[in-house]
Design a protein around this ligand. Structure first.
Ligand code: ATP
Length: 314
């Protein structure tokens, strides 16, 4: 089984306890571990895959708590870094439909330094780039781009999730698109939400959006559509794979559970070329990932809601 290196942020989500879309009315918050790449690493490990988290937290009680959570979930944290800068914090509220509102105080995640020793580890392994904060500058962005180059030169399987957050990129959407383009060009797997696929392709129609994204370069496209399931597209075929019916309480982490479950399954696969042409196999991989996403929406929080292999099998 290949290792999956997950590069990006790990942060504290302070989740508003009194439910409601309006953060300004929230009075109490519960501390939770968050950050899309860290969630993906946890999703893989909870499904008994091998994941390594590469990111930076503050050398403070919040940072220690975050690393401990990853370790409890069997994520390899030996490549995680600690900084004197405080741990990154996000404040989140969740409405009745499980949708989120958030504000963000950026700290240590941007401090990630490039480590040359990782490059050799990328050979015959997989690297997942989750871009929520990585495109926002700092050492993280520089390290992120260098790791991307390393993954390319070592022929790693590359997965990319742009993790677009409208609030962070208002009036700078074109900069975001420009920064994502090299990753779309070279990734084997690209995971997009509907909004991301439309923004990054410049096309409203999903078929046309896929055509543009394939043209840029990405081989396997998955567009997650919430309760409608997932659109799977390769250069040879395209289909929507339905999800399972659940009653969602919090959609946080559903996309991360989904891509984590896909990566875990791909990590057990020997040949990417064979996989790319295997419609049946890819369909099964996405169907199981849909299930992982759906299960995650039935509980509050991200990491604690990610399914174990046992839950996924049941
Ligand atoms: P995120 O906001 O975490 O980045 P996302 O927008 O990429 O996530 P979603 O589309 O919300 O991801 O969810 C990922 C997958 O989880 C979906 O493709 C679907 O299979 C499953 N899923 C999400 N919400 C539901 C739901 N309400 N009912 C059933 N399945 C769901």
């Amino acid at each position: 089984m290949k290792k999956v290196f997950c590069i990006g942020e790990l942060l504290i989500d302070f989740v508003a306890e009194n439910q409601g879309k309006n953060l300004s009315k929230a009075k109490e918050f519960t501390k939770k571990a968050g950050g899309a790449p860290a969630n993906v690493a946890s999703a893989i490990s909870k499904l008994e895959g091998k994941s390594v988290f590469v990111g930076c937290v503050g050398d403070d009680p919040f940072g220690h708590f975050l690393l401990q959570i990853l370790e409890e979930n069997h994520v390899d944290t030996s490549m995680a870094q600690k900084s004197d800068i405080f741990t990154t914090l996000a404040f989140v509220s969740i409405d009745e439909d499980g949708e989120r509102d958030f504000v963000f105080s950026r700290g240590a995640d941007r401090e990630l330094k490039y480590d040359t020793s990782l490059k050799k580890e990328f050979k015959n392994n997989m690297v997942h780039f989750g871009a929520a904060t990585a495109m926002l500058g700092g050492n993280l962005e520089e390290s992120y781009n260098r790791y991307f180059f390393d993954a390319l030169t070592k022929d790693s399987f590359i997965s990319f999730d742009p993790n677009y957050r409208e609030d962070l990129w208002k009036h700078k959407e074109d900069v975001f698109v420009k920064k994502c383009t090299p990753f779309i060009q070279k990734s084997h797997l690209g995971k997009f939400s509907l909004e991301e696929a439309q923004l990054l392709s410049g096309k409203k129609d999903l078929k046309e959006a896929c055509a543009v994204l394939h043209e840029i370069g990405v081989s396997i496209i998955v567009i997650t559509l919430g309760k409608e399931g997932t659109l799977l597209s390769t250069k040879n075929f395209s289909k929507t794979i339905p999800s399972i019916e659940v009653t969602p309480v919090d959609t946080t982490g559903a996309g991360d559970a989904f891509i984590g479950c896909m990566l875990k399954q791909i990590s057990a696969h020997d040949s990417l070329d064979a996989l790319l042409n295997d419609e049946d196999r890819l369909t099964k991989i996405v169907a199981l990932a849909n299930k992982a996403g759906a299960i995650t929406t039935t509980n509050f929080g991200a990491i604690e809601s990610l399914p174990t292999q046992k839950q996924l099998d049941s």
